[in-house]
Design a protein around this ligand. Sequence first.
Ligand code: C5P
Length: 233
Amino acid sequence: MNGPAPVITVDGPGGVGKGTLCQWLATRLGWHLLDSGALYRLTALAAQRRNLPPTDESAVAAVAAGLNVVFSAGTDGVLQILLDGEEVSAVIRSETAGNAASQVAALPQVRAALLQRQRDFRQTPGLIADGRDMGTVVFPNAELKLFLTADPAERARRRHNQLSQKEMNVSLAALEREIAERDARDVQRTAAPLMPAADAIILDTTALNIAQVCEWAWRQIGQRPKIPTSHPD
Ligand code: C5P
C-alpha cells in the first residue's frame, strides 16, 4: 500500500460506546488500536504520583512527554498497561481517574506533548483511533471519521453498568454529575475541544445497542472503497 496506513477515527464524549466499537473494529479489520484517553489518564496518574498539581502546565507536560508506558496483551489476551513497570489498567479506569485526565487534557502543552506519540500508532495495516480530537487534530486526513453521541443520562447508565461489572461501586447520581462536569470541561476548553470534524459522520446511539452501532459503522466502512474490509484471519 502506498502512503501512510489508513486511519478510522471514532470521537465522542465518555460512555457513548466508542471503546467497545473501536475494539470490535480493530479485531474485525485486524488493525491497531489507539486508546488516546488512556494516555491522558496515565499522564494524570503519573503527575499525581509525582505530587504535581494538575494546573502546573509545564511540569505535567514534561511528565506526558516522558511517560514510561507499555501496552501489551497479557497471557489471557487482555490488554495490560504498565506505567513505570506497574500494572495500572484497572486504576486508570475509575471515574476519578477520568476526571483527573480531563483536567490535564485541557492544558495545551500536555496535548502537544502527546501528539507525536499518538501519531506513531499509525502503522500498517491500519489504525482505529478512539478519542475526542482524533478526527479534528491528531488525524485530520483520516479515511473515515465517525462521531458518536448519546443522551447524558443514558451514558451515565452505561458507565454505571461498566463500572459495576468491574466491581467499582459508584452511585448513578454521582456518575451523572461527573459526566456533566467532564463533558463541560471537554467541550468548553480552547485546546482541541470535543467536537465533530466538519467531515465526520455523526450517530446518536441513545436508542441503539452495541450490535446496531457496529453494524452502522461497518456500513460506513463498506462505502469507502479505500478501506479493505477483508483480512487474513
Ligand atoms: O476516553 P476517556 O474517558 O478515557 O478520556 C478521559 C479524558 O481524557 C476525557 O474526558 C478527555 O478530557 C481526555 N481526552 C482528550 N482527548 C482525547 C482523549 C481523551 O482530551 N483524544
